[in-house]
Design a protein around this ligand. Structure first.
Ligand SMILES: Nc1nc2c(ncn2[C@@H]2O[C@H](COP(=O)(O)OP(=O)(O)OP(=O)(O)O)[C@@H](O)[C@H]2O)c(=O)[nH]1
Ligand SMILES: [Mg+2]
Ligand SMILES: [Zn+2]
Length: 328
């Protein structure tokens, strides 16, 4: 449910003696030969249970069905990208980077736009239409006046883990407070000319929303990283996927830059943003020769995408060199 200093908070599948529902477990950062780190959302086996004290140790981590790299959440079934319509102003490139990170998990992606109370109905409608053209069904909500919250609850109250992720200050914790008022999570006002968030939430934590449905809050950050492999980028855009279902590009390794013979073309809103992201990925590759092959990992003769780079210490350092401001 959460990682706290030296402990993991583990919720039990069924209550133990005395109705114990949660155990505080010793956190072994690396388990077994795999060197795997424990993430929030992992299913674990516990041993050495001390029921009266509700303590135990984690013995094993089950294989994951999905992994969101940042915030690190395992086994999520939905990634909810949260952006504010205003305060801070909605930045299409930043939103795209969050959507790409979400798409890389392979699970369902939801898009929630907060602070609807700050825009006129006409402005809201413009964003709604624009994001529908991106291939999403955005849900516009306001924690302040309650708009859209019932629909959001319905979308999230299905079994599985949903994780809210997005920039700092967009109102993720406020949304959880609106859905689960008994929690009273800490929130704080955005500040400065750019109305930036203050990084109020510091940890990922899962909260039970409905039977079998867990909702994760996460710390906001401003610049999600991009995939290391230029060829992986296109398939993370619903607009490109859709166009490639209808037609094929003339060249096999097409990067869809709008050349003649490309089935994707350039007549879509995010084409410019796609080119911007593609250029960043290519610069990353050019600056870091080691990254040239890092996007794909040879495993048993088969090439597989390397998804958990951010959880490996060495890669983390390497990526930081490439994009120094991504931690901001
Ligand atoms: N007007 C308006 N303000 C909101 C709404 N939701 C949140 N806010 C305000 O936005 C500010 C930031 O909210 P938080 O919930 O702390 O944002 P967060 O996304 O959790 O931020 P981090 O924890 O830093 O990632 C607070 O001042 C909230 O009161 C909303 O629907 N309308
Ligand atoms: Mg927060
Ligand atoms: Zn193409």
């Amino acid at each position: 449910m959460a990682l706290e200093a030296n402990f993991c908070r583990v919720q039990l599948d069924r209550p133990g003696p005395g109705g114990v529902q949660e155990l505080l477990c010793v956190r072994r950062t690396r388990l077994g030969k795999t060197g795997q780190q424990i993430c929030v959302g992992d299913r674990v086996e516990v041993e050495g249970i001390d029921w009266p004290e509700a303590r135990a140790a984690i013995a094993a981590v089950a294989p994951r069905s999905s992994l969101l790299e940042r915030p690190a959440v395992a086994n999520c079934s939905r990634v909810v990208v949260v952006a504010a319509l205003d305060q801070p102003e909605l930045d299409p490139l930043q939103l795209t980077r969050f959507l790409l990170t979400a798409e890389r998990t392979g699970v369902a992606v939801e898009l929630v736009l907060t602070k609807a109370d700050l825009l006129s109905e006409a402005e809201q409608q413009r964003w709604r239409e624009r994001l529908m053209a991106w291939g999403y069904s955005p849900l516009l909500v306001s924690s302040k006046c309650g708009d859209g919250l019932a629909v959001l609850r319905d979308r999230l109250a299905i079994p599985g883990i949903s994780v809210l992720c997005g920039p700092s200050g967009v109102g993720k914790s406020s949304l959880i407070n609106a859905l689960l008022p008994q929690l009273s999570l800490r929130v704080s006002a955005v500040s400065g000319r750019l109305q930036r968030g203050r990084h109020t939430t510091r940890h990922v934590e899962l909260f039970p929303l409905a039977s079998g449905a867990l909702l994760a809050d996460s710390p906001g950050f401003n610049r999600p990283s991009l995939p290391a492999d230029p060829a992986e980028l296109g398939m993370l855009f619903p607009e490109i996927r859709q166009r490639l279902e209808a037609a094929v590009c003339q060249f096999k390794n097409c990067l869809h830059q709008g050349d003649p013979g490309c089935a994707v073309g350039s007549d879509w809103d995010r084409h410019g943003l796609y080119l911007t992201c593609l250029e960043s990925v290519q610069q990353q590759v050019a600056r870091q020769p080691r990254l040239r092959t890092a996007g794909l990992k040879q495993r048993g003769g088969k090439e597989e995408p390397l998804l958990d780079q951010r959880l490996r210490q060495s890669s983390r350092r390497r990526l930081r060199q490439v994009e120094p401001d991504e931690e901001a």
